[in-house]
Design a protein around this ligand. Structure first.
Ligand code: FMN
Ligand code: SF4
Length: 436
């Protein structure tokens, strides 16, 4: 099957966010079809058959997740759409919400019909002011036209959507942290089980799905599970939004089939590495993914292929680094982020992220020792798999892979008084820095 873009063909139109434009281009037909022709259980089976997998990072099969929600329960059920999008290098959900808010609303209607939900929340990152305004305006239009509310699209089905703004914490993207924040508490992750599908928002069964995941559903309704499965690899099919940033000529959000080759993405779609330079490294799936060295980049951008290459698709935030990048300085940036964003509940994460930042900082600023490289390994080893959520793992993976794959560069910095990038930018600070 040839690849038809579902998110991006209309993005150039200044009115693509409006209801009028969306309906003119076939919008809400998928939701109409779902409500008219599909029994909820059959719809869940169809989504299972499509092999749609979550686009938020973990890649869990969406239909299977929906199937975990109890059918017979006297509790309310909720959908919480994860629009927190704080993983460094990731900006696809922002594009979807700013330009195609009605596609998200349509996906929400389809999901809620399938699972028997009458109340959905969109938890949006606080900094996304424009996307928030677009979503609120789109919901108001949808209520006004009877697309949301007491009779969705004229059917005997009621659905309300609440758009809720976060306050700019990365950890509120973790699903249990997000639900706790929605409940009005400090956004801290909880131990699982119980999983949200059984005990989520306000103690009730809750589906948590990413914005891009939900935005795929109208398309599945349109072409059916069989058609959808023919796009990209069978185990993780579908159209995919890749966010490409860093040292390329044309950074941006690119819609391509799942499984596009990473070098093709960089060279053919993004104009290649900028300024005629060579590729040094790529983080393929947001900053928590293991970095790939240039010779590892001939890889398909899908869940299985990247796992086999020792990294992950994650949020598909592709960060490209040219041959002039200082990997010590790049890792320092990543470590600062995770240390800052750790919620502090778990000792290995709270202390470990701090130690990683301090050790990489002193290497970058000219105080490093060769033993520091083993010390980074030890700290990472004591973080991975030992905490409530995987933020600790997300900090350890880049620390491990940067120092293993670019070890010579770290040793050079240790033996030659620090990072050349730091020397260039902050010559007055070299030799100072944090002492551990
Ligand atoms: C620290 C951390 C941050 C996360 N941030 C996000 C996020 O911003 N957006 C998102 O959709 N998922 C994020 N996730 C993944 C969610 O916990 C969850 O798996 C996802 O929203 C499920 O939706 P999906 O199945 O549609 O992918 C994060 C996970 C962790 C551990
Ligand atoms: S791993 Fe880190 S971010 Fe996650 S709950 Fe523990 S302290 Fe908080």
């Amino acid at each position: 099957m040839s690849f038809r873009k579902i998110f991006t063909p209309h993005l150039g139109d200044p009115n693509c966010h409006t209801l009028e434009f969306y309906e003119k281009t076939g919008g809400y037909e998928g939701a109409r079809k779902a409500l008219r022709d599909w029994e909820p259980d059959a719809l869940i089976d169809e989504v299972k058959a499509s092999s749609l997998r979550g686009r938020g990072g973990a890649g869990f099969p969406t239909g299977v997740k929906w199937g975990f929600v109890p059918k017979q329960t006297d509790k309310l059920k909720y959908l919480a759409v994860n629009a927190d999008e704080s993983e460094p290098g990731t900006f696809k959900d922002r594009v979807l919400m700013e330009r195609m808010p009605h596609q998200l609303i349509e996906g929400i209607i389809i999901s809620c019909w399938a699972v028997g939900i009458h109340s959905a929340y969109i938890y949006i990152r606080g900094e996304y002011v424009h996307a928030y305004q677009r979503l609120v305006a789109a919901c108001a239009e949808a209520y006004d036209k009877g697309i949301l509310g007491s009779k969705v699209l004229g059917h005997d089905f009621h659905l309300d959507i609440t758009v809720h703004r976060g306050a700019g914490a990365y950890i509120c993207g973790e699903e249990t942290g997000m639900l706790t924040s929605l409940e009005g508490e400090r956004g801290q992750p909880k131990l699982k089980p119980p999983f949200p599908a059984i005990e989520g928002l306000f103690g009730c069964p809750t589906v948590v799905n990413n914005v891009e995941t939900i935005s795929n559903l109208p398309y599945i309704m349109e072409i059916g599970a069989e058609g959808y499965k023919k796009i990209g690899p069978e185990s993780s099919p579908g159209p995919k939004l890749y966010c490409v940033s860093g040292h390329v000529e044309k950074p941006g959000t690119y819609e391509l089939p799942m499984g596009v080759n990473l070098l093709e993405l960089i060279n053919d779609h993004c104009g290649g590495v900028w300024k005629g330079r060579k590729l040094k490294a790529v983080i393929p799936g947001g900053s928590s993914a293991h970095v790939l060295s240039a010779d590892e980049c001939d890889v398909a951008m899908d869940i299985e292929s990247l796992a086999a290459a020792g990294s992950m698709l994650g949020s598909a935030g592709v960060i490209v680094m040219d041959d002039q990048t200082c990997m010590v300085n790049a890792l320092l940036n990543v470590m600062k982020f995770y240390h800052h964003e750790s919620c502090g509940q778990c000792t290995p994460c709270r202390e470990g992220t701090g130690w990683l930042e301090k050790i990489v900082h002193r290497i970058a600023y000219g105080h490093g020792k060769l033993e520091d490289l083993d010390r980074i390994d030890t700290v990472c080893d004591r973080m991975v798999g030992k905490t409530i959520c995987v933020l600790a793992d997300a900090a350890a993976f880049p620390a491990w892979s940067f120092t293993q794959k670019f070890r010579d560069e770290f040793i050079h910095c240790i033996e030659h008084g620090g990072s050349p990038e730091v020397k260039r930018r902050h010559p007055d600070r070299i030799g100072g820095g944090l002492h551990v």
